[in-house]
Design a protein around this ligand. Structure first.
Ligand code: DGP
Length: 151
């Protein structure tokens, strides 16, 4: 069954009964919740990169960033900002890595912002992707293509 759109009496966020993170949002599936707002829930990742790794999700069933309603952008990212601050001030991490997989490498199809505690020398290598170089003039072509798509 897909998302429940056809419920005129329902005033809560759209939920997908087959979605793991919707189940965490509604409390059907337990999680170590660290933050709750009207629009957003933050909870510990069950397989943390480092202890204290938090996932911040919209309550509404949204799969990828391009689908996120504009009204949820500030609630989602201000919650991620608060969590990043709490991870450094509360857990003593020096910093954080904040990231989101969209479709590729996205194992749970409900948008989630990873907020991972980081400390110099923590040995994290998995997030360091191989790097490439632009040929002469190629960066301008890529930039122009993206600018056109944004226009
Ligand atoms: P990603 O691979 O970017 O889609 O990240 C999904 C994360 O979700 C992954 O780091 C592990 C986490 N995760 C998967 N299942 C559960 C669960 O049942 N509970 C919690 N708290 N986290 C989960």
């Amino acid at each position: 069954m897909g998302p429940l759109y056809a419920r005129p009496w329902w005033t809560g966020p759209v939920s997908d009964p087959s979605c793991l993170f919707c189940a965490i949002v509604t409390g059907t599936t337990p999680a170590a919740v660290v933050l709750e707002t009207d629009d957003v829930v933050g909870f510990l990742d069950v397989r943390p990169v480092f202890k204290g790794h938090v996932l911040v999700v919209p309550r509404e069933h949204v799969v990828t960033l391009p689908e996120l309603p504009e009204t949820l952008i500030v609630p989602l990212f201000s919650a991620a900002q608060r969590v990043a601050d709490a991870i450094t001030s509360g857990l003593g991490a020096q910093g954080t890595f904040v990231a989101m997989n969209n479709v590729v490498s996205q194992s749970v199809p409900h948008l989630h912002v990873h907020v991972v505690p980081r400390t110099k020398g923590d040995g994290l290598r998995g997030f360091f992707w191989p790097r490439t170089k632009y040929a002469d003039g190629e960066a301008q072509t890529y930039a122009a293509t993206i600018r056109e798509a944004l226009a």
